[in-house]
Design a protein around this ligand. Structure first.
Ligand code: TYD
Ligand code: MG
Length: 456
């Protein structure tokens, strides 16, 4: 008698398992995240649902001081910006996930790494393209391909067996959604397949010390397709993003067990692959100095690196009864708060105006230091008054209209001076020690003082 295949439901957001479907996950409270997945048989190398690597018999608990740190030497990948994002190169035995939308350049980036770093014996596993396609791309990218082996395979056990035999210095798997394991019945790309494939690769990486780069697709909502637990399994999550229209791409670290998560690198997609953009500020202020109203330059900090970019605003009379507010790359609620501050504390009547806000270069910004530039861009558009080209801003705006100091102001001031700005507006309460040549630090206490200094 045929028995019905057993299934469980689990949450794609937190991984919580349940025997029956629920509209809302009781563990994390997310709606519509439960998906059905077959119960994996206990046999098979991974022993079922465990995402934790099983310890071989030879492993014993160790004291901290007994641990061998000598392996910690980082592997340089030949692309300085990727090394920097990883926190100074790749850690042996680490599993790095690179996520991004289709066509953004994940395969290009991952193939470019071994080509730029010829000393690194690399196994490039592809489940998406034929060897010929990869070869054609490699030819386009140039570089030395003598140490790069291409392997077209989708069964993860075969991939790992090959890698164990070859012992490469680096393994790249493109992509997690195309790989499958024999130990689970469901189709490649399903939740349980993705989880098992990632767990198998993690075990391989930890046991052999070979670092693995895993490519993952991103769904329309911007999540890495598959369970959120994929992000929990891997050591590092990098997101590759960019606008379709622009040739610039941003590689952002979302999770990093070995370094900072606030780093960001900029690349430009060219006819011969990705080019590292060493000075992103220059790309983020392209229209600078054109005398346009509605733009202001913010000196934000991205991780440890100061970044100057353009905030754009458009304020116009509302066509319908209720005014529209829309923000791209900036928190819409924060925009509403800043508009309320302008209304209440500085007497600008913006409630009958549509306000659109955009961060240049497709950046997504969370640094509160951008507040001041947002306010200035809005006012500049409202008055149709262009802010002088040599002015930039770094300050947080509080609910009473006060301008608050922000962190690491010295770095921001230095970067602004380096790019040729002659005035930077900051909070009166800020302490600035750096006094680079050619830039004047203008201190303002609140929004009315800022308006007086700039627009009158
Ligand atoms: P790809 O790496 O295939 O994207 P993904 O793996 O993320 O799906 O890159 C796809 C795009 O990049 C494609 O539209 C062509 C473009 N491209 C270039 O512009 N220059 C190049 O040298 C290469 C290899 C690709
Ligand atoms: Mg690809």
């Amino acid at each position: 008698m045929a028995t019905k295949a057993k299934t469980v439901f689990y949450c794609t957001s937190c991984g919580n398992e349940s025997p029956k479907w629920m509209g809302r996950c009781p563990a994390c409270g997310e709606w519509n995240t439960m998906v059905e997945a077959p119960v994996e048989p206990k046999k098979g190398p991974s022993g079922g649902a465990a995402t934790r690597p099983a310890a071989p018999a030879a492993r014993r608990p160790q004291q901290l001081r007994e641990i061998d740190y000598s392996q910690e030497a980082r592997i340089s990948l030949g692309m300085g910006e990727v090394d920097r994002i990883l926190g100074g190169g790749m850690v042996p035995g680490s599993l790095v996930l690179i996520g991004g939308e289709p066509g953004i350049g994940k395969s290009t980036l991952s193939l470019q790494i071994p080509l730029m770093c010829s000393g690194l014996r690399t196994l490039y596993v592809t489940g998406e393209e034929s060897a010929r396609q990869v070869g054609l791309r490699a030819r386009r990218l140039g570089g030395d391909d003598s140490n790069c082996l291409i392997f077209c395979e989708t069964q993860i056990e075969a991939v790992i067996a090959e890698a164990q035999a070859l012992q490469p210095a680096l393994m790249i798997v493109d992509s997690v959604q195309t790989m499958y394991t024999e130990s689970v019945d469901s189709a490649p790309g399903s939740v349980s397949q993705i989880r098992e494939v990632a767990a198998a690769l993690l075990r391989f990486a930890k046991d052999s010390g070979v670092p693995v780069i895993l490519i993952g697709h991103i769904t329309k909502d911007g999540y890495i397709a598959g369970p959120k637990i994929l992000e929990h399994i891997v050591d590092v999550v990098l997101q590759f993003e960019g606008e379709n229209r622009s040739s610039y791409r941003i590689l952002r670290s979302i999770k990093n067990r070995f370094g900072s998560t606030a780093e960001l690198a900029v690349f430009e997609m060219t006819g011969t692959g990705l080019r590292e953009v060493a000075n992103p500020s220059e790309m983020l202020i392209p229209m600078h100095g054109q005398g346009l109203s509605g733009t202001a330059i913010a000196a934000m900090l991205d991780g440890t690196r100061p970044l100057l970019f353009e905030v754009q605003a458009l304020v116009s009379s509302a066509v319908y009864g209720t005014a529209q507010r829309s923000a791209t790359g900036f928190d819409a609620r924060r925009l509403n708060m800043l508009l309320a501050v302008l209304e209440k504390r500085a007497g600008f009547h913006l409630s009958a105006k549509d306000v659109f806000l955009n961060m240049a270069g497709g950046l997504r910004v969370s640094d509160p230091a951008v507040d001041l530039a947002v306010i200035c861009a809005v006012l500049s558009s409202n008055f149709d008054f262009a802010i002088p080209a040599d002015v930039c801003f770094a300050g947080e705006v509080g609910l009473s209209g006060e301008i608050r100091p922000v962190g690491q102001l010295d770095r921001r001031v230095q970067e602004a001076a380096r790019l040729g700005f002659t005035r930077i507006f900051v909070s009166s309460f800020a302490k600035v020690e750096a006094r680079p040549e050619g830039i004047r630090v203008v201190k303002v206490a609140d929004v009315p003082a800022l308006v007086k200094a700039l627009f009158k």
